[in-house]
Design a protein around this ligand. Structure first.
Ligand code: GLC
Ligand code: GLC
Length: 645
């Protein structure tokens, strides 16, 4: 076959000729999108694979797969594509609310998830991330993140048909389905992996396999260890003595994206998922997908090109889907993944970690600095703001940022780790260490929100801290995401140590089973479960009826108190254009004592305010007092605006 050329139009004409006419030309909508997005895809292919003789062949395959996928795309999904082409910012609404759970742990199987839809609706969910539910190896599968086949549901959870029906039913209830796209690696028993090690020429270049330690040693000079408890470094040895790249567990083998056939193969798996009715793909472990000797092999420029190329394929064949980036890295790197042409959504690991940092130190300065400096995103993109996920909490703040407050990053992480695993006097937290590395001093923390915030320890402010942390996630913009079970104050589950498949991975402490008893108490506000549930419901309801909380725009506000975090939410661009002059001023007291924000500090606003959470009209002329670990969401007028109250 010919080589990939410089002229996109000519290559597209060649590709069209190489494919059966019906697959790529018959459908006008597909033809138009192909014409619109092919040049970008072609350019990305040139940058990634321009030197390879097989690049054009792979690109031709991608277009063929995209055409076939579009032809097979169900009518209701094509209708959703058309709807969302009109309503491009649907996910920026203040009505968005996410939840995440493991299918088996939370609901038994897919049928069980379906049965819980009324509960999801009661909570107000519009987005549901089901943790990986694909076929996996027996025993340890890293919670499903080692995938044996992307085209089969794990038999104990259900079938592909069940998944498709669930997606349809969720959509009918206003809930978007979010699934993982685990594309950095496959399980070691994936068919591609088995063919690769057995020497099948079509697959031997799908993974990174080396005959001896020469190359692994060379790479490991600059690559960090991710799961040192599982194996040191980033390679594991095969039974025949060769070494294969495995960033995470020994049974999760990294794909070799320098081979364009790998891109084509994974794009095919992505399109299969898209046609099941998935709305958002959570792009797992994005930082690791490209390797180059002499670098950390994280967040390399090609990682972005690959994501953009996957995104271009979607725009052609499943245009309503979004990507959510899972980059738990330095904040400068996190934002590089976020743009309309790459990942429109991203976890916000910095805000997550600094919320916990502020609760431990009772000092919101680092969080405030992050909101001032690292919050703004390109138009149309959004953070997914969460209090904790299924993984550990890592202290991913920038040392340079901390240094501005005279804080040493290394020491501060040491303190935070000690604090959250209850090795610091007076700590309210009951987390457990994850991947403690004595050699580097590195460690992360595992635990549920309730256990980390003080409820397990019986701390008097535990419930309020859980609510405060969620109030921040619910008011800083983007899509707030609740780890299901946290809304009823679910505590750590220490039983994982008894299961040999889980015992070595302490993240299971924060992945408990569905807490039936806690849910049964959710309407009894005298219990922590009920108090958290009622408080969270209130936050969700108020958020939903407060247009100023839509979108992601945020204006910092200095509350001039050492334990109070402040920021203003002016609403989306539309609100500003319509000369709406109210903003919501959010104040959060991370301290254990009441905090007074004085009248002078608030004098830039009109004297009357509406506290939305308690639905009270108050005057700001005497300032405002915040109880320990409490928040206020104040609808205020900027002083020069005409009275509206
Ligand atoms: C992501 C997942 C994590 C998993 C890893 C490897 O970070 O969130 O649970 O261990 O990727 O797939
Ligand atoms: C992620 C992160 C790492 C995290 C792990 C899952 O991709 O880079 O810090 O701990 O995978 O737990």
């Amino acid at each position: 076959m010919a080589r990939l050329g410089t002229d996109a139009a000519r290559d597209l004409a060649d590709i069209r000729r190489a494919l059966p006419a019906a697959s790529v030309t018959a459908d006008a909508a597909f033809g138009a999108r192909l014409a619109a997005h092919f040049p970008a895809l072609h350019g990305l292919f040139r940058r990634l694979y321009g030197d390879r003789p097989d690049a054009l062949e792979a690109l031709t395959g991608v277009i063929a797969d995209a055409g076939a996928s579009w032809a097979a795309r169900p009518a209701d999904l094509k209708a959703a594509d058309a709807r969302r082409e009109q309503d491009t910012g649907w996910y920026l609404s203040n009505g968005m609310l996410g939840g995440v759970c493991y299918v088996d742990r939370y609901a038994g199987d897919l049928e069980g998830v379906r049965a819980k839809i009324p509960e999801f609706v009661e909570l107000g969910l519009t987005y549901l991330h089901l943790m990986p539910l694909f076929a996996v190896p027996e025993g340890n599968s890293d919670g499903g993140y080692a995938v044996t086949s992307y085209r089969a549901v794990a038999p104990h959870l259900g079938t592909i048909d069940d998944l498709q029906q669930l997606a349809t039913e969720l959509r009918a209830n206003g809930i978007s389905l979010v699934l993982d796209f685990i594309f950095n690696h496959t399980a070691s028993n994936h068919e591609w992996a088995e063919r690769a090690v057995s020497g099948d020429p079509a697959y031997e270049d799908f993974y990174l396999i080396f005959p001896d330690r020469t190359m692994p040693d060379a790479y490991e000079r600059t690559v960090r260890e991710i799961f040192p408890d599982d194996h040191p470094g980033s390679f594991v040895q095969l039974p025949d003595g060769r070494w294969i790249w495995a960033t995470f567990h020994s049974f999760q083998w990294d794909l070799n994206y320098a081979n364009p056939a790998v891109f084509r193969a994974m794009a095919g798996e992505m399109l299969f998922l898209a046609n099941l009715g998935v709305d958002v793909l959570r792009m797992d472990a994005v930082a690791f997908i490209w390797k180059r000797l002499g670098t950390p092999c994280e967040s390399l420029p090609e990682a972005h090109l690959l994501l953009q190329a996957f995104n271009a394929v979607l725009r052609i064949a499943a245009p309503s889907l979004l990507f959510k980036s899972e980059a738990i890295v330095h904040p400068d790197e996190v934002v590089e993944y976020i743009s309309l042409g790459e990942c429109q959504l991203s976890y916000n690991p910095l805000q997550m970690a600094l919320t916990w940092e502020a609760l431990a130190t009772r000092d919101p300065r680092m969080l405030r600095q992050a909101l001032e400096r690292r919050h703004a995103l390109p138009d149309g993109c959004a953070w997914v703001n969460y209090v904790r996920g299924h993984d550990d909490i890592g202290w991913t703040f920038a040392d340079e940022d901390a240094a501005e407050f005279g804080i040493d990053g290394f020491d501060h992480r040491r303190f935070l780790n000690a604090f959250y695993v209850d090795r610091f006097p007076g700590s309210f937290a009951r987390g457990v260490p994850f991947q403690e590395n004595p050699r580097t001093g590195d460690a992360r923390v595992a635990g549920t929100t309730a256990s980390l915030a003080g409820i397990e320890a019986g701390d008097p402010h535990g419930v309020d801290r859980v609510l405060l942390a969620h109030a921040i996630a619910l008011s800083t913009g983007g899509i707030p995401l609740i780890y299901l079970g946290d809304e009823v104050a679910q505590q750590n589950d220490y039983s994982y140590v008894d299961d040999p498949a889980l015992a070595d991975d302490s993240r299971w402490v924060n992945r408990p089973h569905y807490p039936a008893e806690a849910y049964a108490r959710r309407h009894d506000p005298s219990t922590p479960e009920g108090a958290v549930y009622a408080g969270l419901r209130r936050l969700v309801q108020v958020r939903r009826s407060t247009p100023e909380l839509a979108g992601g725009r945020l204006v910092p506000f200095d509350a001039k108190h050492p334990t109070v975090l402040g920021y203003q939410r002016p609403g989306g661009a539309d609100a500003a254009a319509s000369a709406d002059t109210t903003v919501v001023l959010c104040l959060a007291n991370v301290g254990d004592a009441p905090a007074a924000v004085d009248a002078l500090t608030l004098s830039g606003f009109g004297p009357e305010a509406h506290e939305l959470l308690t639905d009270r009209r108050i005057t700001l002329e005497r300032g405002i007092v915040l109880e320990p670990c409490h928040v206020a969401w104040l609808r205020v007028r900027t002083a020069d605006a005409p009275p509206r109250f």
